[in-house]
Design a protein around this ligand. Structure first.
Ligand SMILES: CC(C)(COP(=O)(O)OP(=O)(O)OC[C@H]1O[C@@H](n2cnc3c(N)ncnc32)[C@H](O)[C@@H]1OP(=O)(O)O)[C@@H](O)C(=O)NCCC(=O)NCCS
Length: 163
C-alpha cells in the first residue's frame, strides 16, 4: 500500500488539477464526468483531505453528510491509475472516517462505469436505498440531478459499513 498523507495547503491547491487529469479516464466512456464547481475552501463539513505520491498522484476528500462520512472526491492522475493508489486512498479515507466516529462511508457514483460502482463494490460497498438518505445526502442527490445526473438511473449511492 502506498503511503497516504494529509494534504497540506499546496496539495489542496493542486486538488483540482489532479481531478481534471483523473477525469480524462471518462474519455473512454459515453458519460460525461461529473465535476464539482466548488472550490476547496467552499466545500463545507470537511472531514479529511488526503494525498498520495510524490509528486502528487492522487487525492481524496471526505466530508460529513448527516453526520456520516461521504466521499466527495477520489481521483488518481490518468497516467498513475491501475497501480493501487486509488485503493490506498480509499482505505485511508475509510480509516479517517472511522477514527472520526462515522459508522459508514457513502459515495455517489456511476453504476455502469468499470472504475466507479464495480470498483467500489469490490471494496466493500453496497447499495444504499433512497429511503435511507438523510436530508443532506438527499440534497446532494437533488443537486446532482439538477446538474443532469440520475436522469437515467445510472447514478447510484453506495455505502460501506465501517464497524
Ligand atoms: C477510480 C480511481 C480513483 C481508481 O484509482 P486507481 O489508482 O486506478 O485504483 P487501483 O489501482 O487501486 O485499482 C484499479 C483497478 O482497476 C483495474 N484496471 C483495469 N483497467 C485499468 C486501466 N486501464 N487503468 C487503471 N486501472 C485499470 C486495475 O487492475 C484494478 O483492478 P482491481 O480492482 O481488480 O484491483 C481512478 O480510476 C480515477 O481517478 N478515475 C477517474 C475519477 C473517478 O471516476 N473517481 C471516482 C468517482 S466516484
Amino acid at each position: 500500500m502506498a503511503t497516504v498523507r494529509p494534504l497540506g495547503s499546496l496539495g489542496r491547491l493542486r486538488f483540482r488539477a489532479v481531478e481534471r487529469d483523473a477525469l480524462l479516464r471518462f474519455d473512454e466512456t459515453s458519460l460525461g464526468a461529473f465535476t464539482s464547481t466548488r472550490r476547496w475552501s467552499e466545500t463545507p463539513n470537511q472531514l479529511a483531505a488526503l494525498g498520495v505520491g510524490v509528486p502528487l498522484r492522487g487525492v481524496v476528500m471526505v466530508v460529513h453528510l448527516d453526520g456520516v462520512a461521504h466521499l466527495e472526491g477520489l481521483y488518481v492522475r490518468a497516467a498513475a491509475q491501475g497501480r493501487g493508489f486509488g485503493s490506498s486512498l480509499l482505505e485511508a479515507a475509510a480509516e479517517a472516517a472511522s477514527a472520526a466516529g462515522s459508522p459508514s462511508l457513502t459515495v455517489s457514483t456511476y453504476e455502469e462505469v468499470s472504475f466507479n460502482a464495480p470498483w467500489y463494490r469490490q471494496r466493500g460497498f453496497d447499495d444504499l436505498p433512497s429511503s435511507a438518505f438523510g436530508p443532506e445526502l438527499a440534497a446532494l442527490v437533488a443537486e446532482e440531478r439538477a446538474g443532469g445526473l440520475h436522469d437515467d438511473a445510472s447514478r447510484v449511492i453506495l455505502i460501506r459499513r465501517l464497524d
